[in-house]
Ligand binder design. Structure first.
Ligand code: CP
Length: 331
C-alpha cells in the first residue's frame, strides 16, 4: 500500500508545504493558478483580502533571510492574518530553549501556522511531526534539503514568460551540491513536464549520481550547457555550507561559470535569466546581466508574495474555509 503523503490531509488537500517531492502536478498547478489570482491584490488601494482573518502565523527564522522572511510576512498580512516574527537571536533560543519548547510555547498562544527556516535539513518536517494537529507548517528553507516556495515562485515566473513547460529547456548553473533551491526547482520542473533540465557547474559542486537520479543532464562547460536554453537560473555560491575547499577561488569560478552578456548569447535569443538571491555580483554573474533586459530577478521577488499567499491560503484556507463550504474571497 502507498504511504500517504504527510503534507496532505485526509481529503488530499495541502496541509503542510515541506517539499515538492511527492506532490501531484495538479497541486503544483493549483498553487500557480491561485497565485495568479493574488497578483492583483498588490494593485488594490487596500492591499488585503480577508482569507486568513483571525488566524495567527508565526515566522520562525533560525537562519538569515531577506526575501523569504519579508515576503512571507507581507503575504500573511495581505491575507489579513496576525503575524508573529520570532527574532531568534533575541529569543530564548539563545538561552538554550529547545525547538520543541519554543514550538509548545507558541502553540500556547494559539498559533495556526509556522513558517520555518532552519540550517538543518529536516527541521520543518520535525516541527510538522510534533506540531498540534490543527497547525500547518511551511518550509521556508531547510539546510541543503528543500525550499519549496522558492521553487514554486520560480515556476510562476517562468510560466509568465514561457507558458508551455513542455516546450522549454532550463539550465541551472552553479553550486548544485549545497542548493535546496536547485533541488526544489528540479522537482517542480520535472513534475510540471519541462522538456529538458540541465545542471551546469564544476565536478566538485555537482553530485553526479544524485543529479542523474533527479532526471537532469549534467554539463561541466557553461557554453555547452546553456546552448539554446530558454531559461538560465544562476545559483549563489554557498560558502557558508562548504566544509572543504571545493573551489580554487571566486575569481576562477567567475572565469569558468560566471554569466556575462557574451556568454548569454549562447542561450535562446528570448532566454530569461533568473537568480534566487542574494546575488554575488562578479562571482555568479556580471552586473550587466543581473540588471539587464533579460533578467527577471526582481520579478521573482514580487511573485514570491503571491505564491506565498497561495500556499498559506491553501494550507490554512482550504482546511478552515473551504472545509466549511465558504467560498474563498480572492481573485
Ligand atoms: N532566495 C532566498 O531564499 O533569499 P533569502 O535568503 O534572502 O530569503
Amino acid at each position: 500500500m502507498k504511504t500517504p503523503n504527510p503534507q496532505l490531509d485526509g481529503q488530499g488537500n495541502l496541509k503542510h508545504f515541506l517539499t515538492i517531492e511527492g506532490l501531484r502536478r495538479e497541486i503544483l498547478v493549483e498553487i500557480l493558478d491561485r497565485a495568479e489570482g493574488f497578483l492583483g491584490v498588490a494593485k488594490q488601494a487596500v492591499k488585503k483580502v480577508p482569507l486568513c482573518r483571525g488566524k495567527v502565523i508565526a515566522n520562525l527564522f533560525f537562519e538569515t533571510s531577506t526575501r523569504t522572511r519579508t515576503t512571507f510576512e507581507l503575504a500573511a498580512k495581505r491575507l489579513s492574518a496576525d503575524v508573529l516574527n520570532l527574532n531568534v537571536s533575541t529569543s530564548a533560543t539563545a538561552k538554550g530553549e529547545t525547538l520543541l519548547d519554543t514550538l509548545r510555547n507558541l502553540e500556547a498562544m494559539h498559533v495556526d501556522m509556522f513558517v520555518v527556516r532552519h540550517g538543518s535539513s529536516g527541521a520543518a518536517h520535525f516541527i510538522a511531526t510534533h506540531a498540534a494537529p490543527h497547525v500547518s507548517v511551511i518550509n521556508a528553507g531547510d539546510g541543503r534539503h528543500s525550499h519549496p516556495t522558492q521553487g514554486m515562485l520560480d515556476m510562476f515566473t517562468i510560466r509568465h514568460h514561457k507558458p508551455d513547460f513542455a516546450a522549454i529547456k532550463v539550465a541551472i548553473v552553479g553550486d548544485i551540491l549545497h542548493s535546496r533551491v536547485a533541488r526544489s526547482q528540479i522537482l517542480a520542473l520535472n513534475t510540471l513536464g519541462a522538456s529538458e533540465v540541465r545542471v551546469i557547474g564544476p565536478r566538485t559542486l555537482i553530485p553526479e549520481c544524485a543529479a542523474e537520479a533527479l532526471g537532469v543532464r549534467v554539463f561541466h562547460d557553461l557554453l555547452e550547457g546553456i546552448r539554446d536554453v530558454d531559461v538560465v537560473i544562476m545559483l549563489r555560491l554557498q560558502r557558508e555550507r562548504m566544509t572543504s575547499a571545493l573551489l580554487p577561488s571566486e575569481h576562477e569560478y567567475f572565469q569558468l561559470y560566471g554569466l556575462t552578456e557574451e556568454r548569454l548569447a549562447q542561450a535562446h535569443p528570448d532566454a530569461i535569466v533568473m537568480h534566487p538571491g542574494p546575488i554575488n555580483r562578479g562571482v555568479e554573474m556580471e552586473s550587466q546581466v543581473a540588471d539587464g533586459t533579460r533578467s527577471v530577478i526582481l520579478e521573482q521577488v514580487t511573485n514570491g508574495i503571491a505564491i506565498r499567499m497561495a500556499v498559506m491560503s491553501m494550507c490554512i484556507g482550504t482546511q478552515n474555509l473551504a472545509g466549511r463550504g465558504e467560498k474563498a474571497p480572492y481573485g
